[in-house]
Design a protein around this ligand. Structure first.
Ligand code: ARG
Length: 459
C-alpha cells in the first residue's frame, strides 16, 4: 500500500473495500496515462527523469493502452498506473510521483474525460436539433391543438410545437459551448494543495494536455468541481426538457386524447391485456430525468459540506459523473431514433380543435378589429360560449341567427364582420404571423433560419 509505512497495522479488509475507488474509476485509465506521460516529460525537462527512462515509460504506457487490465487490487487508477510502471520497468517508476499528487491528478483525469463527454453531448444535441427541424418542416401546417393548464387553448401546428423544443435544446447547446471555455484550466501541478518546489512549467503542461491554461490557484485546483456541477446542471436541464416532451407525448397519445400516434416500433405491450400499446419509453425518460436531477442535487450537497482543497468525499464524483453521463447519452440516443416514429392523428387533432371552442379568442379579436375594446370583446364572446356550450352547439355551427338569439345587440356588431372567416381553423392558424408565431409561413422561416444557425454553430 502506498502509505503503509506510516502505520503500524494493516488496513481492515472492509475499510479497504469501502474506501478503494478501483471498482469504479478504471474509466480514467487512458486519461491517467496521458497525464502521467506528459508530467514525466516535464520531469525529464527538469532532469528528474533521464531522457531514456522517459522514453521507456512513454513506450511502455503506449503499448499498454490497448491491453486488458484489472486494477482491482490497487487503491485507485492512479496507483494502478504507477504500479504498472514499477512492475514492468523497475525503480524508474519510483520517480514519477515527484511534483504531483493524486489530488491534482484525479481532478485533471476527470476534467479531460469531461471535455470529451461534453463534446459528445453537444453532438448528440445538435443531431437531435436537426431531427426536430426536419420534423417541424414535415408538419409545418399540420393543425395541432395548443394546451394551457392541460385544457385546449388555441389551434396551432405540430411544426410550431416541435420548434418550441428546438429552442429549448438550442439553449442547452449554447450553454455547453460556454461551459467549454469556462472550464479550460488545468489543475495538474497543484500537487496536494499548495504546489511544489520543483519548477514544473505548468503552462507547458496544460498545453500538452490540451487545456487552454493552467489553473491560477493550486488550492482551487484541487478543490474545484464546478465543471461537474455545470455538467450535471446542463444534463438536468436537457433531461427536464426531454421529460416535458415525454410528458406531452404520454398525454397526447393517451386513449382519451389520441392526437399523437406512436409507431409500433417504439411502444411496448402488456403481458395481460392484449390490446395495450404503452408509451413506456417516454415514461422512462420522465423517470430518468428525476434520477439526473437527483445526481445534481446529491453532488451539490457533497461539495457543499467540504472544507477547501481535497477531501475523500470527492471520490464519489466519478460515480455520479459516469451514472449521469450514461443515462443522458442513452436518453439522447433513444430520443433521436424515436422522434420520427411520432405522428399526428390529424382527424382527432382537428376534432379536438373544433369541438372545444378553441377559436373563441379569434372571435374576440375579430370584434376588436371591428372597433370593440378587447375587454368588451372578451365579455361578449364569453357570453356566447356559455350559451353554446350549454346548448351543445359547436362554434363552427354558429351563424348570425344564433347570435341574435343570444343577444340582439351582439348581432349589430356581428353583422359587420365575416363570421365564417374567424371561426375557421386554417385561417386562425395562418393569421398568427408575427415573429415566432404559429403560422405555417413563420414555421418555415424559423426552420430556415435555424438550419442556417446550426450550420455555423461552432462545434
Ligand atoms: N481515488 C481518489 C479520488 O478519486 C484519488 C485521490 C486520493 N487522494 C488522497 N489523498 N487520498 O478522489
Amino acid at each position: 500500500m502506498v502509505w503503509s509505512k506510516r502505520f503500524g497495522k494493516e488496513l481492515l479488509k472492509p475499510v479497504k473495500e469501502y474506501t478503494y475507488s478501483s471498482s469504479f474509476d478504471n474509466f480514467l485509465f487512458l486519461y491517467d496515462i496521458r497525464c502521467v506521460t506528459n508530467h514525466c516529460k516535464l520531469l525529464c525537462n527538469l532532469g528528474i527523469i533521464e531522457e531514456k527512462d522517459y522514453i521507456r515509460i512513454l513506450r511502455f504506457l503506449d503499448s499498454y493502452k490497448s491491453l486488458p487490465y484489472n486494477i482491482n487490487k490497487q487503491e485507485d487508477i492512479h496507483l494502478f498506473v504507477e504500479s504498472l510502471i514499477i512492475n514492468h520497468l523497475g525503480v524508474i517508476g519510483n520517480t514519477i510521483r515527484t511534483a504531483r499528487s493524486r489530488n491534482d491528478l484525479t481532478n485533471t483525469d476527470l476534467k479531460l474525460w469531461f471535455k470529451e463527454k461534453i463534446r459528445s453531448l453537444s453532438y448528440k444535441i445538435l443531431h437531435f436539433l436537426k431531427f426536430l427541424l426536419y420534423k417541424s418542416l414535415d408538419n409545418f401546417n399540420v393543425p395541432f391543438p395548443c394546451f394551457t393548464h392541460s385544457q385546449i387553448a388555441q389551434p396551432s401546428t405540430f411544426g410550431h410545437y416541435l420548434l418550441a423544443y428546438y429552442e429549448m435544446l438550442k439553449r442547452n447547446l449554447r450553454k455547453i459551448t460556454f461551459f467549454e471555455s469556462l472550464h479550460s484550466a488545468c489543475p495538474l501541478g497543484s500537487c496536494a494543495s499548495v504546489g511544489t518546489r520543483f519548477h514544473i512549467n505548468r503552462k507547458i503542461l496544460s498545453h500538452l494536455l490540451h487545456f487552454s491554461n493552467a489553473c491560477n490557484n493550486s488550492l482551487d485546483g484541487v478543490s474545484d468541481r464546478d465543471y461537474i456541477v455545470d455538467y450535471l446542471f446542463v444534463c438536468s436541464n436537457v433531461m427536464m426538457h426531454l421529460s416535458r416532451l415525454s410528458e406531452d407525448i404520454i398525454i397526447y397519445c393517451s386513449t382519451p386524447i389520441g392526437i399523437i400516434d406512436l409507431s409500433d416500433s417504439i411502444c411496448t405491450g402488456s403481458s395481460l391485456m392484449p390490446q395495450k400499446k404503452n408509451p413506456d419509453l417516454f415514461e422512462l425518460i420522465r423517470s430518468n430525468a428525476c434520477m439526473v436531477h437527483g445526481f445534481l442535487n446529491t453532488f451539490i450537497n457533497i461539495i457543499n459540506k467540504q472544507s477547501t482543497t481535497y477531501n475523500k468525499d470527492m471520490q464519489n464524483d466519478k460515480v455520479l459523473s459516469t451514472s449521469c453521463c450514461t443515462l443522458v447519452t442513452n436518453t439522447m440516443s433513444v430520443i433521436i431514433r424515436s422522434i420520427n416514429e411520432i405522428f399526428v392523428n390529424t382527424r382527432q387533432s382537428n376534432f379536438l380543435i373544433s369541438s372545444h371552442y378553441s377559436l373563441a379568442t379569434d372571435l374576440a379579436e375579430a370584434l376588436t378589429i371591428h372597433g370593440v375594446a378587447y375587454k368588451e370583446s372578451h365579455n361578449i364572446v364569453s357570453d356566447i360560449i356559455r350559451y353554446l356550450s350549454y346548448n351543445k352547439i359547436p362554434l363552427h355551427k354558429v351563424d348570425t341567427h344564433t347570435i341574435t338569439n343570444i343577444n340582439v345587440l351582439y348581432s349589430l356588431i356581428f353583422d359587420r364582420l365575416d363570421l365564417a372567416k374567424y371561426i375557421d381553423t386554417k385561417s386562425s392558424i395562418y393569421s398568427k404571423n408575427n415573429l415566432g408565431n404559429t403560422s405555417p409561413i413563420r414555421v418555415i422561416y424559423q426552420v430556415y433560419y435555424a438550419i442556417r444557425y446550426l450550420q455555423c454553430f461552432p462545434i
